[in-house]
Ligand binder design. Structure first.
Ligand code: HEM
Ligand code: HEM
Length: 184
């Protein structure tokens, strides 16, 4: 598989970053659901939230790399038979998801730092503390973090539905060219 994308096919780097981000973002949603299921005071909560933070920081790094890669390299064009509104919708959803992949972890960092927590990256090192603790503000940013996560979830659902629509109804190569071993 070619490293870079071609006019018809996503390359190895784009696919690797896309699907790794998918797994990490999904893991973070699952971890939070697990946290919500535990009773307050359970010792496992802080372990799970720490893991959630580390994975979120990794998402920030990989999303920055993904955006850099997609901007600086050519990528497959949308199918010719797509009308203008659909093109605008596809590009807007992709653009918003890129933004949220940055904004969501950043809001998580801001929220945790304002709450006075040290953020460890998988126990390897601590992230620098760039903000003074401010608990009331941390609560507000928590609301923002939740709202951003919810928005990303909705966009991903639209994105997945659109991928299947292309594959099953339009019968074009949009889904296959992004699949790990798919060849369009
Ligand atoms: C892919 C990135 C991330 C996703 C999808 C995500 C998603 C979520 C969701 C859905 C919640 C629950 C919100 C609610 O109950 O209203 C949450 C809570 C939280 N997130 Fe994130 N988050 C991400 C990154 C981060 C990062 C980078 C940090 C910190 C460095 C962080 C720290 C937290 C904390 C401390 C909570 C509260 C946990 C609790 O219930 O005690 N998140 N996150
Ligand atoms: C956390 C979940 C996901 C996120 C954040 C995400 C994000 C993105 C982004 C930002 C792009 C645009 C890449 C670019 O402009 O070069 C993209 C492309 C794509 N994604 Fe996802 N994605 C997710 C999950 C999925 C899933 C589950 C599927 C399949 C069922 C999927 C199928 C695709 C396809 C087919 C493309 C290529 C679209 C095209 O050719 O224009 N994605 N994804």
């Amino acid at each position: 598989m070619a490293k870079a994308s071609t006019p018809t096919q996503y390359g190895f780097v784009s696919k690797l970053l896309h699907w790794t981000l998918f797994l990490l973002v999904s893991a973070n949603f699952i971890l939070i659901t697990r946290v919500d299921m535990l009773i307050k005071g359970d010792a496992r909560i802080s372990q799970l939230v720490n893991l959630h933070r580390s994975i979120g920081v990794l998402v920030l790094l990989l999303a920055a790399l993904f955006i850099y890669w997609e901007i600086s390299h050519p990528k497959p064009a949308l199918p010719k038979n797509m009308n203008k509104p659909s093109r605008i919708l596809a590009k807007s959803v992709h653009g918003l998801m890129f933004l949220l992949l940055l904004a969501l972890p950043i809001s998580g960092y801001v929220m945790s730092t304002l709450a006075g927590k040290t953020i460890s990256f998988f126990g390897l090192f601590n992230l620098p503390v760039l903000l003074a603790a401010n608990k009331p503000m941390a609560k507000e940013v928590f609301e923002v973090h939740g709202a951003l996560a919810f928005t990303l979830l909705i966009l991903v659902l639209i994105h997945v539905a659109a991928s299947f629509y292309h594959h099953l109804v339009k019968k074009d190569n949009v889904l296959v060219r992004m699949l790990p071993f798919g060849k369009a």
